[in-house]
Design a protein around this ligand. Structure first.
Ligand SMILES: C[S@@+](CC[C@H](N)C(=O)[O-])C[C@H]1O[C@@H](n2cnc3c(N)ncnc32)[C@H](O)[C@@H]1O
Length: 224
């Protein structure tokens, strides 16, 4: 995905990563065991500042230049999750499941082969505006790839902790909020004119300003 749009979203428009960092630092550090695999890490801006002393491999399908503040024990690798082989203590997946869950059986198989002790996911709860928008896209037959929970994932693991939080996403204009929503959150790469108008009208009717809240949770799973 376009890392510039993503950077804009993560650093300027949305405060989710600073909230996630805060929760990890306050209550989740004991769940990170070496080596940590950060799947779809992008710039690694969640784990670099929170677990600098814990050996971490950051992987992303896109080429990510080593961020300047990369700690000694952190490595960046350009690879697809499905091609990654190696030991994993904690598997960390923040807002990446929607890109790798096309085949839930293959996803569970891949996770089983990596055999992590702990899996930590960050996902949208979709019980807010986002949930309403997803229902609208589905009812309107507008193809999308929203982050929707897969009941069978992660197979063989049980949830041991769940920390809900709410982030806010603000844009300068409704048009900008709409474009980022469609691309960064729903992974819609192309949309025909008719569907774009339909979806934009929905957003216009629902929101009085270019701002939404995003209910999310950080979930920790360990082997059942
Ligand atoms: C929405 S971003 C999340 C970035 C980061 N985890 C965060 O929460 O700030 C999703 C990232 O996953 C990466 N990605 C998508 N498919 C992938 C795959 N099959 N293997 C590894 N990374 C992938 C994308 O390139 C993108 O950087």
């Amino acid at each position: 995905m376009d890392q510039k749009d993503l950077k804009n979203f993560k650093n300027i428009q949305c405060d989710e990563n600073s909230i996630i960092r805060d929760i990890i630092s306050r209550e989740l550090k004991p769940y990170f065991t070496e080596p940590v695999l950060d799947v779809g890490s992008s710039m690694g801006d969640i784990l670099i500042p929170t677990i600098p002393e814990i050996r971490t491999i950051h992987i992303d399908v896109d080429k990510i230049e080593n961020p300047k503040n990369t700690p000694k024990g952190h490595t960046f690798l350009q690879t697809n999750f499905y091609d990654y082989l190696g030991d994993v203590g904690t598997l960390f997946m923040a807002h990446v499941l929607q890109y790798i869950d096309d085949d839930p059986i293959a996803l569970n198989k891949k996770v089983a082969s990596l055999n992590p002790d702990t899996i930590i996911t960050v996902t949208n709860r979709n019980d807010d505006f986002l949930g309403k928008f997803i229902s609208f896209l589905e009812e309107s037959d507008i193809p999308h790839n929203a982050e929707v929970r897969i009941p069978s994932f992660p197979q063989g693991y049980q949830k041991v902790k769940s920390t809900p939080f709410t982030a806010s996403f603000k844009a300068k204009t409704l048009e900008e909020l709409f474009s980022q929503l469609m691309y960064v959150i729903f992974d819609i790469r192309s949309l025909d004119q008719r569907n774009r108008q339909l979806a934009y009208k929905f957003v216009e009717a629902e929101l009085s300003e270019p701002q939404i809240t995003l209910n999310q949770s950080i979930d920790v799973y360990q082997r059942a």
